[in-house]
Design a protein around this ligand. Structure first.
Ligand code: NYM
Ligand code: MG
Length: 214
């Protein structure tokens, strides 16, 4: 009998800046690999490709002027640039742990105001749909104390509080989100994330990957 390759899971971690996403993503990939599960880290924005270089300039240089809709579409394009790579890895059996995704795109642009929510979501439709989204929640006072906060555009109290509210709203719109309070220790958070992730990897292995459809 022919053995079919089981697909990997698409796992996304979202949250405000300095909520511990990057640390948890890295550890999650390490934990999976140590259990002989193929896993790879991805992060958005992917600052290594062409759109990523523009996005990086916009984030680090406060003098960089770019229309709000234009930068929104660039963040989205930055994900579209990676679709083939994502599909190849997922269908090759690798689980992807993704540090920010479409929901960051929607939440940060929505927090700026002046753009219709449906318009913001439209650019994301058709991208691979995450099997599981973790939302790490952390109050602003805690996040602002962490190293490096405030260095980039958007890293200010007003923006972060709005973004946090929009994430909570998005989390209620679908049933594949797990909201996790992120002030606990790195290890206890990791145990929770790993548990949910292993369940999802087993559950979706034989299911087709869905597409985002807001
Ligand atoms: N960001 C990130 C967006 O505004 N739109 C997006 O689509 C994504 C993926 O970029 N403050 C914002 C959120 C962050 C900033 O991301 C840089 P990171 O993960 O802090 O490098
Ligand atoms: Mg950041």
């Amino acid at each position: 009998m022919m053995k079919t390759v089981q697909r990997g899971a698409l796992i996304v971690i979202e949250g405000v800046d300095r909520s511990g996403k990057s640390t948890q993503c890295k550890k999650l990939v390490e934990s999976l690999i140590s259990q002989n599960i193929k896993a790879q880290l991805m992060n958005f924005p992917d600052r290594s490709n062409l759109t990523g270089k523009l996005i990086n300039e916009y984030l680090i240089n406060s003098d960089c002027k770019l229309n709000d809709r234009a930068i929104h579409l660039l963040f989205s394009a930055n994900r579209w640039e990676n679709v083939e790579k994502m599909n190849t890895l997922l269908y090759g059996g690798t689980t992807l742990v993704v540090d920010r995704y479409s929901y960051s795109g929607i939440a940060f642009s929505a927090a700026k105001g002046g753009m219709d929510m449906n318009w913001l979501k439209q650019a994301e439709n058709g991208l691979p749909k995450p099997d599981l989204v973790f939302l790490l929640t952390l109050n602003h006072e805690e996040a602002a104390k962490r190293v490096g906060f405030g260095e980039e555009r958007y890293e200010n109290e007003a923006m972060q509080k709005k973004v946090s509210n929009i994430f909570s709203q998005l989390a209620k719109e679908e049933d594949n989100w797990r909201v996790i309070e992120a002030s606990d220790s790195i290890e206890s958070l990791q145990a929770i994330l790993l548990g949910h992730t292993l369940d999802v990897i087993a559950r979706v292995a034989k299911q087709e990957l869905k597409s985002l459809h807001f």
